[in-house]
Design a protein around this ligand. Structure first.
Ligand code: GLU
Length: 434
């Protein structure tokens, strides 16, 4: 049975690179009916923090990567010591005392040989271990080193495939030697290609090396992020880009992962998020938005007109890049004191439009029905009577009502703002009022 693992060190949050490694492990396990194991590599007592463990676990849960088993290296020290003891007894390791420190380190005698590894992604990789120095297995304070703990854990938890970033490729021959020395069967290896930032080089803070929890806060949907991560190093074929995770599980095979480095492209992620947001159930989207809107005091959850809110969400949904665009773009529906963008005001509300606005209000008052179609008809009638172009009035009215130059259809905006609020906002620009 396939058993794979994701082995984060809780010395920081889960980032894009780690999330992609987790995804490919999880996906492979699910594709093969195997197990996905989580291993927290918390041997470094100083740098490992519980808050990072929590953050990593929460991010994995949010992304939907449920695990079948979890191990903490900090709880397995006796197992590492037991295996180190074995190597000592077999004469494959020796003890060494550092002059200035108490305790003794356990050091592995690195045999000199050529090693060939069949990487499932990169093909055959050859290493010459004669350049590798003897390796510390257990430090003098009793802490195991990464390579040693990793091998002991992978072997004793029956890991069949080690799928990890190719920044670990130089560790692989060292680990292979340890497997041999300990008499363990070598698992299969698959090294995932590097992820680069848009300007080349490694991911930087600006180009996507942002914590998964930050993407969550910024308003990305987990499904969109997962779909984007998938495309970073794998293609489902037939130019398919939007792919449901269930479908991906059916199609995925780790041997088809690209060899070449991937580039993290925020624009593409934004496009992807918009695709998912467009098709999100408006009710679900509203559920996610309610706390965000309440936090900004835009709504009172005790007196919520839910149906009205869902209509507003639907109005903006096709254009949203992130969930948090909604409170930013739709703010004018929720505030009494409208904030007007200075540029927009200068451009569209500098001329005196008192007469036009007054007549528009009169038209609205005369409408038999205050619905979107009638509002539009009234507006069209007015521009015909005034013999002006529609845009000469559309833009100023939009800015007066929303404070912005872009947004959903103006007649829908007027309908959902309601007649009274529309009149009030327009009258602010009418000399002498109405
Ligand atoms: N803790 C290591 C890391 O964070 C795990 C490496 C591995 O998967 O073997 O990169």
């Amino acid at each position: 049975m396939v058993r794979v693992r994701f082995a984060p060190s809780p010395t920081g949050a889960l980032h894009i690179g780690g999330a992609r490694t987790a995804l490919f492990n999880w996906l492979y396990a699910r594709a093969k009916g195997g197990k996905f194991i989580l291993r927290i590599e918390d041997t470094d007592k100083l740098r490992s923090k519980q808050e990072f463990v929590d953050e990593i676990l929460n991010s994995l849960k949010w992304l939907g990567f449920n695990w079948d088993e979890i191990y903490y290296q900090s709880k397995r020290f006796s197992i590492y010591h037991e295996h180190a003891q074995r190597l000592l007894q077999d004469g494959k390791a020796y003890k060494e005392k550092a002059p200035d420190r108490p305790g003794e380190a356990v050091i592995f005698k690195v045999p000199q040989q050529k090693i060939k590894i069949q990487d499932l992604i990169r093909g055959e990789i050859e290493f010459d271990t004669s350049i590798i120095k003897d390796q510390v297995l257990i430090k003098s304070d009793g802490t195991p080193t990464y390579n040693f703990a990793c091998v002991v854990d992978d072997a004793t938890t029956d890991i069949t495939h080690v799928i990890r970033g190719d920044d670990h490729i130089s560790n692989t021959p060292k680990q292979a030697l340890l497997y041999e020395a300990l008499g363990f069967t070598l698992p299969k290896f698959a090294h995932l290609p590097l992820i680069m930032g848009m300007e080349g080089g490694r991911l930087s803070k600006r180009t996507g090396a942002t914590a998964i929890s930050d993407y969550r806060r910024m308003g990305y949907l987990p499904q969109a992020l997962v779909n984007y991560l998938l495309l970073l190093s794998w293609a489902p074929g037939d130019n398919i880009e939007i792919i449901d995770i269930k479908e991906a599980i059916k199609l995925f095979d780790v041997t088809q992962v690209n060899k070449t480095a991937a580039t993290f492209d925020l624009k593409k992620l934004n496009w992807m998020n918009n695709q998912y947001l467009k098709n999100e159930d408006p009710e679900k989207l509203t559920d996610t938005l309610v706390p965000l809107l309440a936090e900004k005091n835009y709504i009172d959850t005790n007196r919520l007109d839910r149906e009205y809110l869902v209509s507003l969400v639907k109005l903006f949904q096709p254009r949203l890049t992130t969930i948090t665009d909604f409170p930013d773009w739709a703010d004018f529906f929720f505030v009494e004191e409208l904030k007007i963008e200075p540029e927009a005001q200068k451009k569209f509300l500098t001329d005196d439009l008192s007469a036009e606005f007054r007549q528009f209000i009169e038209k609205l008052d005369k409408l038999e029905k205050f619905d979107i179609l009638s509002i539009e008809a009234g507006f069209r009638e007015l521009v015909r009577e005034l013999n002006i172009e529609s845009k000469a009035l559309i833009h100023p009215v939009r800015v007066a009502l929303t404070g912005k130059t872009v947004g959903p259809g103006l007649f829908e905006v007027i309908y959902y703002l309601g007649k009274e609020r529309t009149k009030k906002r327009l009258s602010r620009w009418i000399k002498g009022g109405i």
